[in-house]
Ligand binder design. Structure first.
Ligand code: DP6
Length: 353
């Protein structure tokens, strides 16, 4: 007798400190990456799994904030069909009604795919676990693996704190197939970090992630990039362990600028920073120099700026943002204060017969 299940998870976004940029095979990273899981920027996804008469599934109905979304619906159908064929055969027997929403405005320019894919994969794995069809993986490891197949960075949004994804001789049990939390090796001084996100532009992404990763395939600098990413990954882990904030700042900013340097020197070339991005970067560097506060910036593949700093500098940094960043901006900006978070949360699981 097959059952109807209703399951709901809330998952956070994450911001990469060591960037995942370039992939191999099926969703495998070209280099190990490392991120900070956020707290406030989250996606909440509820899935109702209803049994079908025949194995004609997965049939999918998707809505985002109460509205159908045709483009995303197709992407999800494709992903779930892949899972049904290769990973989760039980999906063939179900209709999935998927309803998702975000805690942050859709246009905020924050990568929401990681949070969404994390919450969806946790819903799938909860049912898989209930049906006892898991493959002997630990639950979160499996969820990270399944999330990775939907979006690489989503594999890191399965855990709280600092998370590494990709094979590295410096992270025990690390794998290209799923992410691993590294909090046990992080100095307590790094556990109260703030991420002040300055939304410079609310335009949709100029380039999709998958197209962006493909730019690395024939990139003239790709070997140098992967070699350096491995060194940065190892060095950043050491900074987190030893509370070396100076080197942390150096590596994190270098990674952000290298991502953009790679984009600028791709074919075709992309310049995703805007004048306001550069303005804020200059101001952050001046502020750091004059105050000695170890604040740094990072960027995703877009113009918005993430300012990272320990909570003890909160007052000084907020004043700096108010008095020195905002007045110099030529366009209206929005600031979102986020911080290191604890990872996903299951809101409910019901077997409704
Ligand atoms: C620049 O995880 O969005 O944010 O695997 O194609 O879904 P897909 O890519 P995605 O790439 C994220 C790229 C990045 C850096 C990072 O988050 O590591």
């Amino acid at each position: 007798m097959m059952h109807t299940f209703q399951v709901k998870w809330k998952s956070p976004a994450n911001i990469a400190l060591i960037k995942y940029w370039g992939k191999n095979g099926h969703q495998l990273p070209a280099n190990a990456s490392l991120s900070m899981t956020l707290s406030e920027a989250t996606s909440t996804t509820e899935v109702i799994f209803s049994p079908l008469q025949q194995d004609q599934g997965p049939l999918v109905q998707f809505s985002f904030e109460g509205h159908a979304n045709e483009a995303f619906q197709q992407k999800i159908e494709h992903y779930l069909q892949y899972l049904a064929n290769h990973e989760m055969p039980f999906l063939r027997q179900y209709h999935l009604d998927i309803r998702s929403s975000n805690s942050f405005p859709h246009s905020a320019g924050i990568a929401s795919s990681a949070a969404f894919m994390s919450s969806l994969s946790l819903c799938l794995c909860s049912v898989e676990e209930q049906l006892q069809e898991g493959m002997g993986y630990a639950f979160f490891e499996r969820a990270s693996y399944i999330a990775r197949l939907g979006s690489g960075s989503a594999s890191r949004s399965i855990y709280g704190g600092y998370v590494s994804w990709g094979r590295s001789s410096h992270v025990p049990h690390s794998s290209d197939e799923y992410a691993t939390p590294v909090n046990k090796r992080v100095h307590p001084a790094f556990m109260n970090y703030v991420d002040a996100i300055i939304i410079v532009s609310e335009q949709p992404k100029a380039i999709s992630s998958s197209a962006g990763h493909r730019l690395m395939d024939n990139h003239p600098f790709h070997l140098a990039r992967y070699r350096q990413a491995a060194i940065h990954h190892e060095d950043l882990l050491l900074c987190l362990l030893c509370n070396d904030r100076e080197r942390f700042v150096e590596i994190v900013e270098y990674e952000a600028l290298q991502l953009h340097a790679l984009l600028m020197t791709s074919k075709p070339s992309y310049i995703l920073m805007e004048p306001a991005t550069l303005y804020a970067i200059q101001k952050v560097r001046e502020f750091r120099k004059s105050t000695g506060i170890p604040i740094c910036f990072t960027l995703d593949a877009g113009p918005n700026i993430h300012l990272l700093y320990a909570n003890e500098y909160k007052d000084a940094v907020e004043e700096f943002i108010r008095n020195q960043i905002i007045p110099g901006m030529t366009q209206t900006v929005r600031i979102m204060f986020d911080r290191l978070g604890n990872g996903p949360e299951q809101l409910f699981f019901k077997n409704i017969g």
